[in-house]
Write a protein that binds this ligand. Structure first.
Ligand code: OGA
Ligand code: NI
Length: 418
């Protein structure tokens, strides 16, 4: 079968984008372009001579994405191959909102840091109140004294790095954009369509449906680290489930009884340096569609959340975990808790690792109906959202026009709500 080498593909990309002088390419003797590309270049060079920055629009999107996927090397593979420009499907358009922050915008604002020490021993009204305010106003908070020893979190971060820094060949077998397997490497999750923007990072994901996975399917380089981390993560989930239930003004068992956080999707993320950090984003702006996310980040920073119309940093706090409300919990809480847009900036040097654990309903609950809980509804607070099952909700989220910062929630608003 005809095989199109990706290195050529990216060089072709550069030529077509008018980013590499054509004569340099022709002059390069190492790695010469195959002859079948030349007619393509000739037919485009006439155009590219006339091209201006505004008129630089020939780009075979589908082919470029396909060629990238075929390498099964992810973003790290691109960087290791020595590319000096970011392929166009990673380039984020400028954000109009940056110029238009809200009235309370404060770029130096700090997301709350909440001590869980007291909560782990039982009810702690102070922490419950802090989490209620943080979930409503910020959608994001950091927790300290959460019970996971730093030896475990450090090992998890090191294991994540080891996973991604294995030779490409060791990762290729598990590389797929298809979400079905229990474990996989990917850079593009699902199908990237024209107009979507890819994130400048690689992921390794493990699916714990109903909390279960066969440890043997996890690569040995990070197997023990993941299994140990997840054991602790479940305890953190249980503590958060109780505090969030109380913060909703309910018995601590409310969310537990709804079985809405009993499956986990763990993603071990690796953000390589970008040759054009101003053009790419480590993770493009989005909100998480799930119920709750617990994130462990290394000490290098880069995560930002949208707060009062401003992007603000989520600074690394040694030993802390970051917690954020997902779209599905915003729906269930009838906007008492908010799911907030966030992104990760690209860097010019060094790499970043982070580990995101997404919580969502038990397998048998996924097809059941969830709706705003009755405790969040009153005559003054009528339901904002329709009832929906989790599978439909996530399927809708994954549709193309919902990527890039647009939450799935708008689709589930009741008609009488603007
Ligand atoms: C995510 C995410 C942030 C990070 O994976 O949904 O927002 O810091 N990750 O890696
Ligand atoms: Ni996220």
């Amino acid at each position: 079968m005809f095989h199109f080498n990706s290195t050529y593909s990216y060089r072709l990309y550069n030529i077509l984008n008018n980013t590499t002088p054509f004569r340099d390419i022709l002059a390069s003797t190492s790695n010469p372009l195959p002859t079948f590309i030349l007619p393509l270049i000739r037919s485009s060079i006439g155009n590219s001579m006339e091209k201006t920055d505004d008129n630089n629009d020939y780009y075979d999107w589908e082919k470029e994405v396909e060629e990238f996927e075929k390498t099964k090397g992810g973003v790290k593979g691109l960087v290791d191959s020595g590319i000096t420009r970011v392929p166009r499907f990673f380039i984020s358009p400028p954000e109009p909102d940056d110029a238009n922050p809200g009235p309370h915008a404060h770029p130096d604002a700090l997301i709350p840091i909440i001590d869980l020490e007291g909560v782990r021993g039982g009810l702690d009204h102070k922490a419950v109140g802090e989490i209620r305010t943080a979930s409503r106003k910020w959608g994001f908070f950091q927790v300290v004294n959460h019970g996971i020893p730093t030896t475990v979190t450090d090992a998890m971060l090191r294991g994540t790095r080891a996973l991604h820094e294995q030779p490409k060949e060791a990762k290729q077998e598990l590389y797929t954009s298809d979400g079905a397997p229990d474990v996989r490497f990917y850079a593009i999750n699902g199908r990237l369509e024209e107009g979507d923007v890819a994130s400048w990072r690689d992921a390794f994901a493990c699916k714990f449906t109903d909390g279960e996975i066969d440890p043997e399917v996890i690569p040995p380089v990070c197997r023990d680290e993941i299994m140990k981390y997840m054991k602790h993560m479940i305890k953190v989930r249980d503590v958060l489930s109780e505090v969030l239930s109380e913060a909703l003004g309910e018995s601590k068992d409310l969310l537990g009884e709804m079985q809405c956080m009993e499956s986990e999707y763990l993603t071990c993320l690796y953000y390589p340096a970008s040759p054009e950090p101003d053009k790419s984003l480590g993770t493009v702006a989005h909100s998480d569609p799930t119920v709750l996310t617990v994130l462990l980040q290394d000490s290098t920073g880069g995560l930002q959340i949208k707060h009062d119309g401003c992007w603000i940093d989520v600074p690394p706090v040694p030993g802390a975990l970051i917690v954020n409300i997902g779209d599905f919990l915003q729906l269930m809480s009838n906007d008492k808790f908010m799911s907030v847009e966030h992104r990760v900036m690209s860097r010019s040097k060094g790499s970043r690792v982070s580990v995101a654990c997404f919580f969502f309903p038990r397998g048998q609950q996924m097809a059941n109906i969830y709706a705003p809980i009755k405790q969040a509804i009153s005559p003054n607070n009528p339901p904002i959202y329709k009832q929906v099952n989790y599978i439909d909700f996530v399927t809708h989220y994954q549709k193309r026009n919902l990527r890039g910062g647009h939450s799935a929630l708008a689709n589930y608003k009741l008609d009488n709500i603007n």
